[in-house]
Design a protein around this ligand. Structure first.
Ligand code: PMP
Length: 293
């Protein structure tokens, strides 16, 4: 069945949802995006996603031609028009149509679109038994180049890393910073648990400030679990008691094997499972309602 897409103020069937071949989002990866999840007739952490896209846009000097409230309504209405109470939303703002040069000043108006669809990412068995990961040679972008905190349309570096994961026959990969510290996965943040402390890399070292990451840290603190944002190496990861990844699409997913090293006892850990449960509970009540029925 054809989806209804929000595109620059209109709701159109997907066959009609077209952007120009001169759009700098396509020509140069010049734009920003969000992946957002709807659960139980609510859009989880929608406000945080909207704030993040405005911040990403500000850093790349892109003016989103709508208020945050209008953008929020576009997300909710796209879900409504597709009859979705649960699903995945892709919100994209590109630099818009310009000429064949790089100059963003030649792009008078940003292109905004919203796709609401369903999603299945990893099979259930991985949530129950844990993911196998490898470390790839592709390094995460340096924070002093395109800062990974900008959720830009320029994902080629992460695609390189994903290709390495594909070659190795695993579903996700750990990327290091230029200095060799653990950064994040290709589309998820990484956490370890050691001696009861939850540890994740700090955002300033060059990672996306994941919204699921922030949620999980808050849930942990609420549960009395100490949380540290600190740099760590592969040695710390291999010797962790538990490891998991977080992301809007992946949610909270355990990892039990990294580069052939078994993590902890080889099963998803106690704190990981506790946080998975707390995360799912929060999705029942957080975020604006889609259908008022
Ligand atoms: N890191 C990267 C590189 C990502 O692309 C994403 C989002 N897919 C994440 C982390 C997780 O962020 P969030 O929890 O906001 O989805």
């Amino acid at each position: 069945m054809s989806l209804i897409i929000y595109l620059d103020g209109n709701y159109v069937p997907e066959e009609e949802a077209k952007v120009s071949v001169f759009d700098h989002g396509l020509l140069y990866g010049d734009g920003v995006f969000e992946g957002i999840r709807a659960y139980h007739n609510r859009v989880f952490k929608l406000h945080d996603h909207l704030v993040r896209i405005y911040e990403s846009a500000k850093t790349i000097g892109l003016v989103i031609p709508m208020t945050l409230e209008e953008l929020q309504e576009a997300v909710l209405e796209t879900l409504r028009r597709n009859g979705l109470r649960d699903g995945y939303v892709r919100l994209v703002v590109t630099r818009g149509k310009g000429d064949l040069g790089l100059d963003p000043n030649k792009c008078p108006r940003a292109t905004v679109f919203v796709i609401a669809a369903s999603i299945v990412l990893y099979p259930d068995e991985f949530y129950e038994n844990g993911l196998k990961l490898i470390t790839v040679s592709t390094r995460r972008n340096r924070a002093d180049a395109i800062n990974p905190r900008v959720k830009s349309l320029n994902y080629l570096n992460n695609i390189y890393a994903k290709m390495e994961a594909n070659l190795a026959g695993v579903l996700e990969a750990i990327m290091l910073t230029n200095e060799g510290f653990v950064a994040e996965a290709t589309g998820d943040n990484v956490f370890i648990v050691k001696n009861g402390v939850l540890i994740t890399p700090p955002v300033y070292m060059g990672i996306l400030q994941g919204i699921t990451r922030d949620v999980v840290m808050e849930l942990a603190r609420d549960a009395g679990i100490p949380v540290e944002e600190t740099v760590f190496t592969l040695h710390d990861l291999y010797n962790a008691d538990e490891c998991f990844l977080t992301g809007t699409a992946a949610e909270v997913i355990p990892s039990v094997n990294v580069d052939g090293r078994v993590i902890g006892d080889g099963k998803p850990g106690k704190i990981t499972n506790q946080l998975i449960k707390a995360f799912h509970k929060l999705t029942e009540t957080d975020g604006p309602v889609i259908f008022n029925d």
